[in-house]
Design a protein around this ligand. Structure first.
Ligand code: OOG
Ligand code: NI
Length: 443
């Protein structure tokens, strides 16, 4: 029997091998990330692994896929459920950028700390919103629906195996092999000819719409390794002649604690594709749909911490440095960042009682705090990643009303609860704090 987490780890490894074969610059990125991580580990000592063991960080990847309909999203969710990945967070990218990015998204990932430790693989998954009149008129919505209705992203055998893997928390060896082969295959770039006219029509509305609704399959559009020093990685990639987007997205580089997520990417490379022309003939051309991204992860912020981040992130770095907490202790005590706490019970107490407040507990050495790593995404960065790969901003008619989507809608569409990421971190933190307080009371 191959248990869920081993299926997830194997899937991430095979996807990486497939993507490296198809997008060689990805292999360079992984190589450089590995070298940077080695260097940070050598010079940074203990603190280099404060936000995850080097084994975890080295294996860590996130991918991204895009689907067309709630039905397709539900099927993708079934495949990820087989891998122990649940939908977390709702991201509305339609208003997060000036370019036309007509999608709403969630991320599939493990939610339990021990599962994240085993393998934290995640997939950012976006769904097209053809009912949004700012992007699609009624006629185009209808033709899109017909096109999407007629395609099959995931073969029934794959979905059956996924359902079984979820039910039985794993698969027998031989079935596991078949499942992994089919699953990786479902995310490869399809060799099928692209209908030129249909693709071009969608591209006028939005390149994202064409990438999703202009072809008969889905594909992993990037696979992102984690790096411990993203500024250094950026420098080394440019040195190797790979042009990166002009900035690193997310919080600035600074002396204080790393928080949330910093990401950067290289633009999609032109890849040869076949097209079916209006006269029925097949030609070759190229499309730019797959790109490379890398990320550095920091401490998860609470809602309040996130509000501070959102207020400061657009300002000058001096503003950030002046107002953002400079230490982990301050993040913890002000309730801006998430931590797990552990009681220190093996030290002389001299008859003292543990204080009630967190600051007192930390400063008095009663508790140790370990930061929780941010496991999710940032809507602005996500939209930026989409946008950096669009040569044409597309079109948006802001006079029209947008269709409404939120996490409740998405939970219903998927048929599974979309977790609130803040709730997940808070539960883990609160749990550890109650346990630590009990241990101190009992000691
Ligand atoms: C997804 C973009 C979002 C990230 O890291 O923020 C993303 C996409 O391009 O489909 O992966
Ligand atoms: Ni990404």
């Amino acid at each position: 029997m191959v248990p869920t987490w081993q299926l997830r780890a194997a899937f991430a490894r095979r996807l990486s091998a497939m993507y490296g074969k198809e997008v060689p610059a990805y292999t360079t990125l992984v190589e450089v990330a590995g070298q940077v991580n080695d260097d940070v580990l050598r010079t940074g000592g203990e603190s280099a692994q404060r936000l995850g063991s080097i084994e975890r960080v080295t294996a860590e990847r996130h991918g991204a896929i895009r689907v067309g309909t709630p039905g397709e999203l539900r099927q993708a969710a079934q495949i990820f459920a087989a891998l122990g990945m649940e939908p977390v967070g709702f991201y509305d990218l339609r208003d997060a950028t000036t370019s036309a990015v007509p999608v709403v998204s969630t991320a599939f990932r493990p939610v339990l700390p021990e599962e994240l430790d085993r393998n934290p693989f995640r997939v950012f998954t976006s769904m097209l919103t053809p009912a949004d009149r700012r992007f699609f008129d009624a006629g185009l919505e209808k033709r899109l629906a017909a096109f999407l209705e007629g395609r099959e992203l995931f073969p029934p055998e794959l979905l059956d195996l996924a359902a079984r893997a979820e039910r039985e928390a794993g698969l027998p060896q031989e079935r596991a092999e078949r499942f992994l082969t089919l699953a990786v295959g479902a995310f490869e770039l399809s060799p099928q000819p692209v209908e030129r006219a249909w693709y071009a029509e969608l591209e006028k509305v939005s390149a994202v719409a064409a990438d999703i609704g202009g072809v008969t399959s889905t594909h992993i559009n990037h696979l992102t390794p984690r790096v411990l020093d993203i500024d250094e990685l950026y420098r080394r990639m440019e040195e190797r002649g790979i042009t990166m987007i002009d900035r690193i997205q997310g919080p600035p580089r600074w002396e204080g604690p790393d928080v949330l997520l910093r990401q950067t990417s290289f633009r999609a490379l032109a890849e040869p594709r076949t097209f079916r022309e209006a006269d029925g003939g097949v030609t070759t051309g190229s499309l730019r749909v797959r790109f490379g991204e890398v990320e550095a992860r920091g401490i998860a912020l609470s809602r309040e911490g996130r509000a501070v981040y959102d207020r400061l992130v657009d300002g000058p770095v001096e503003e950030w440095a002046a107002h953002f907490p400079r230490t982990e202790r301050q993040l913890a005590v002000e309730g801006l960042g998430f931590f797990t706490y552990e009681a220190v019970t093996d030290r002389p107490r001299d008859g003292r009682r543990a204080p009630d407040d967190l600051a007192g507990l930390l400063d008095g050495g009663w508790l140790t705090a370990r930061p929780l790593v941010y496991e999710d995404f940032l809507p602005r960065s996500a939209a930026g990643i989409f946008q950096s790969n669009l040569t044409d901003p597309g079109a948006r008619d802001s006079a029209q009303a947008g269709a409404h989507y939120d996490e409740h809608w998405m939970s219903g569409a998927i048929g599974r609860t979309v977790h609130d990421p803040f709730d997940l971190y808070a539960a883990q933190q609160d749990d550890s704090l109650s346990r630590a307080r009990r241990a101190l009371a009992a000691a």
